[in-house]
Ligand binder design. Sequence first.
Ligand code: ATP
Length: 322
Amino acid sequence: MKKIAILTSGGDAPGMNSCIRAVVRAATSENLEIFGIRRGYEGLINGDLIHMDRRSVANIIHLGGTILGTARSAEFRTKEGRTLAIKVLRQYGIDGLVLIGGDGTFRGGTQLALECGVAIIGVPGTIDNDVYGTDFTIGFDTAINTALESIDRIRDTALSHDRLFFVEVMGRHTGYIALESGLAGGAEEVLIPEIPTSIDELCDRLLNSFGAGKRSAIVVVAEGEQAGDSFRIAREVKEKCGYESRVCILGHVQRGGSPTARDRVLASKLGAATVSGLLNGKSGCMVGEMCGEIAYTPLEDTWNKKKELNHSLRELALLLAG
Ligand code: ATP
C-alpha cells in the first residue's frame, strides 16, 4: 500500500473534516501518499484529485461541511460512470480508497469494490445515524444537539403562548434524530417512521396531556418520505380535536455547524482506523465503533442489514413527558 485517496459523498455531516484530517495525518505518519477527491464520486469520475499533506488539513477539525465538497452522482450509479472512475484510480496508481458517507455511498462502494482491484474502506458520515455496523455515525451527535437547541427555543414560545408546536427534524427513513432530540427536549410525543402512530392515538395523548393541566406541548416529527408532512399532521389534529398549532421545520440547519467534541473524537478514531485497516489488508468494509470498540463490517451489510432503533427510548420519552 503506497497511495491512498479519500472522498466525502452524499449529505454533508459535521465531523467529516475532522475525519479527513485524521485520515490524512494517519496516512502521512505511515509514509503513504494521499490524494483528496473533490465532490465525491462525481470528482472521481472527472479526475478531480488534489495532493494532500499534513498542512492541507490544518485548522479544519472544527469546521462543519466538508473541505473536499460532496455530491450526489447519478453517473456513478451506471457501469459507464464507474468505469471512468476506475480509470482515474488506475491513472493515479491508487491502491486504497477511503469513502466517508452514508448507506448510499456504501452501496456505490460495494459495487466499485466488485469491479476494481483497489482496497476500499468506508467511514460512516451522515447525520441520520442509519448505518448498520456502528453505534453512531459521524455528524449525528452534532445534529441532535442542533435540533435540541431549537426545540428548547421553541419551548419558550410554546410556553409563553400556551401553544402546541410540531417540530419537524431530519431523518428520511429513520427516527434517530427525532427520538434522541425529542427525549432530550422533553417532547410530549415523538413521531417516527419505525413506529407508525395514528392521528387518533396522537389526539388521545394530546387530550390527556391538556386534560391533565398542560397548556403547551411539543411534538417532534421525523420528516418521513418528504419534508413538510408536519403541516398535514397539524391540520388533521386541528380537524380531529380542535387544537390550533404551529409548525416549525428545522431542515438543513441540522446539517451544518461546528462538530461536537463527541463527533470530533469519533471522526478522529475512525479516520485513523481506516489507515491501520488498509495497512492490515482490510478491504470492502466499513470501520465503525460498537460498544466502544473499533469494528469492521462488510460494506454490503452496512446498507443491506437494518440497524435496530432502540424502541424503549420512545417509551421512556412518553413516560417522562406526562
Ligand atoms: P446521506 O445518508 O447523508 O444522504 P448517502 O451516502 O446515503 O448520505 P446518497 O445520495 O444516497 O447519500 O448516496 C451517495 C452517492 O452514492 C449517490 O449520489 C451515488 O453516486 C452513489 N450511490 C448510491 N446508491 C448507489 C448504487 N446503488 N450504485 C452505485 N452508486 C450508488
